[in-house]
Design a protein around this ligand. Structure first.
Ligand SMILES: Cc1cc2nc3c(=O)[nH]c(=O)nc-3n(C[C@H](O)[C@H](O)[C@H](O)COP(=O)(O)O)c2cc1C
Length: 212
C-alpha cells in the first residue's frame, strides 16, 4: 500500500464504526501510540496514559455501560429526531448514521483492540478545560490508524458512567479516561469526510465578516 499524503489522510479520517474481528498487529498499535505521544499537551506536561485493551472480559464490562448510555441518552434523542423528520435525503442520512452508531454500540466489545486515552487531572479534577490536553493525542492516533489502513472512532459516551468505567480500567485516583478508541480493520472504505461549506464557518477579523 502506498503511503497516502497527510491531507488525504486528514480528509478521509472518518468514524469507522463497522470493524472486522481480524487481529491488529502489535507494531501497528505501537505506531499509533507513538503518534499519540507526539502530540502537544498543556505545559508539555505529558500527563497522559494509554491503556491498550484486548481483554474480552474488560471490553464486555465497559460495553454494558456504553450500551446503557446509548439507551438512556443519545439513542432516545436519535429516535425522537428521526420520528420528527419528514421522509427524504436528510432523514436517510441521519438514519444511516444512527444505524452505524447503534452497530458500534452493540458490538463495541468486539473491536479487536481499544486504546483508552487517559489523563492525570489530579484529585480535584483539574481546571476547566484541562481535559483538552488529551485530545490532540487522540486525533493523532485516529490519523495514524487511518494511515495504517485501520478504522477507529473517537468515542466518549462511556463518560456518562465515568466513575464505573474508570474503576473497570483500574484507574488510580485523579486519573480519568477521556476517550475510548475501538480499532480494527474496517468493513467499509475510507470515504471523504462530509462537512458544511467552509465559507459559513470562517470569519474575517470580526465574527460575521466573510473571509471567502
Ligand atoms: C467529542 C466527540 C465525542 C464523540 N463521541 C462518540 C461516541 O461516543 N460514539 C460514537 O460512535 N461516535 C462519537 N464521536 C464521533 C462523531 O460522532 C463523528 O466524528 C462525527 O459524527 C463526524 O463523523 P465522521 O467522523 O465520520 O466524519 C465523537 C466525536 C467527538 C469529536
Amino acid at each position: 500500500m502506498t503511503d497516502p499524503g497527510l491531507f488525504e489522510i486528514i480528509h478521509s479520517t472518518r468514524a469507522m464504526r463497522r470493524l472486522k474481528p481480524d487481529p491488529v498487529p502489535r507494531e501497528a498499535i505501537e505506531r499509533i501510540l507513538r503518534a499519540g505521544q507526539a502530540a502537544p499537551s498543556g505545559g508539555n506536561a505529558q500527563n497522559w496514559g494509554f491503556i491498550v485493551v484486548e481483554s474480552p472480559d474488560i471490553k464486555r464490562q465497559v460495553q454494558h455501560y456504553y450500551q446503557r448510555a446509548y439507551d438512556e441518552g443519545v439513542g432516545r434523542h436519535y429516535a425522537e429526531r428521526l420520528g420528527a423528520m419528514p421522509a427524504g435525503e436528510a432523514r436517510d442520512k441521519l438514519a444511516r448514521q444512527v444505524a452505524a452508531v447503534s452497530h458500534l454500540t452493540e458490538r463495541f466489545h468486539e473491536a479487536p483492540v481499544w486504546i483508552v486515552a487517559c489523563l492525570d487531572v489530579g484529585p480535584k479534577g483539574g481546571m476547566p478545560g484541562s481535559g483538552a490536553s488529551i485530545y490532540p493525542a487522540v486525533q493523532n492516533m485516529l490519523l495514524a490508524a487511518r494511515a495504517l489502513g485501520l478504522g477507529a472512532t473517537l468515542t466518549m459516551r462511556h463518560m456518562m458512567f465515568g466513575a464505573e468505567v474508570d474503576a473497570i480500567f483500574g484507574l488510580p485516583e485523579g486519573i480519568r479516561s477521556f476517550a475510548i478508541l475501538p480499532i480494527g480493520y474496517p468493513e467499509g472504505r475510507f470515504g471523504p469526510v462530509q462537512r458544511g461549506p467552509l465559507s459559513e464557518v470562517t470569519h474575517h477579523d470580526r465574527w460575521g465578516n466573510s473571509y471567502f
